[in-house]
Design a protein around this ligand. Structure first.
Ligand SMILES: NC(=O)c1ccc[n+]([C@@H]2O[C@H](COP(=O)([O-])OP(=O)(O)OC[C@H]3O[C@@H](n4cnc5c(N)ncnc54)[C@H](OP(=O)(O)O)[C@@H]3O)[C@@H](O)[C@H]2O)c1
Length: 248
């Protein structure tokens, strides 16, 4: 075994691909999800069928009590945490900033930012050598949107990813001499269900000609970068960003 990995939001998309690739590399994996138990169970079944170890844990990571329960479940059922992927991220109906309500903004901040801080906190509490831990690695799933701004679609989502980038830089420095590395990936347009929640399931095909490589990406292409950042091959990399965006 390579250690114990939590992937938040792993019932589908980039999170599911990361959980499967992590298990292939030898991690015991916690597949976190919010609602879709059947989808999470399928990811766990794929991992177990391939000889890996995995559990599914329902927890809405925007709630502190759920985050605490998620991490305590992993302590109990899988053992000492060594890796966290803060993958949960949501967006809402495409619109301009001038029509966004406070309720919408707070939902985005809580789900995309607060959850990442809370999960990072629980991971550091377990990994930091200053707290008796054995070290570990955190990867935040940001977005190319943090660089580009997502005008006319979801500037709120893009701004939440900017916060995630800053979390990556600041936390990386805070725990660099405590055995914990913190990095981020910034995916571009990836074929997943997230675009449907913005009201445009076919978005990647519409916009792919704006990508220098002239195509959208696959979840597995993002997972490969995440798992590399978690691994010892990235042992001197912290506070770093890997763009997985086809040159965009
Ligand atoms: N796809 C892209 O083009 C793209 C580009 C850049 C960045 N990203 C980022 O990549 C990450 C994954 O995106 P994706 O496209 O794979 O998303 P997705 O297909 O929409 O999947 C989202 C996952 O997160 C879970 N989830 C949502 N809210 C949750 C919560 N509060 N607590 C726990 N789980 C929750 C969902 O579980 P349930 O189904 O059970 O709710 C699902 O497993 C996100 O951070 C996203 O911003 C995606």
């Amino acid at each position: 075994m390579n250690g114990v990995l939590i992937v938040t939001g792993a019932s589908r998309g980039i999170g599911a691909a990361t959980a499967i690739e992590g298990a292939r590399r030898g991690y015991a994996v916690c597949v976190n999800y919010r609602r879709d138990a059947a989808a999470a169970d399928l990811v766990v079944a794929r991992i177990r069928d391939a000889g890996g170890r995995a559990i599914a844990v329902a927890a809405d990571v925007s709630f502190e009590s759920d985050v605490l329960r998620l991490f305590e479940t992993v302590d109990r059922e899988l053992g000492t945490l060594t890796a966290l992927v803060n993958n949960v991220g949501v967006l809402e109906q495409q619109m301009r900033v001038e029509t966004m309500t406070a309720d919408r903004l707070n939902r985005i901040w809580t789900t995309n930012i607060t959850s990442a801080f809370l999960c990072a906190r629980e991971a550091v509490l377990r990994m930091s050598t200053k707290r008796g831990g054995r070290g570990g690695a955190i990867v935040n799933v940001s977005s190319a949107a943090s660089r580009l701004g997502s005008s006319n679609e979801y500037v709120d989502y893009a701004a939440s990813k900017g916060a995630m980038d800053t979390l990556t830089i600041g936390l990386a420095k805070e725990v660099a001499d405590e055995g914990v590395r913190v990095n981020a990936v910034r995916p571009g347009f990836i074929y997943t269900d997230i675009h449907a929640s913005g009201g445009e399931p076919g978005r990647v095909d519409r916009v792919k000609t704006s990508v220098p490589m002239q195509r959208g990406g696959r979840p597995e292409e993002v997972a490969a970068a995440i798992v590399w950042l978690l691994s010892d091959e990235a042992s001197f990399t912290t506070g770093g960003f890997v763009d997985v965006a086809g040159g965009r």
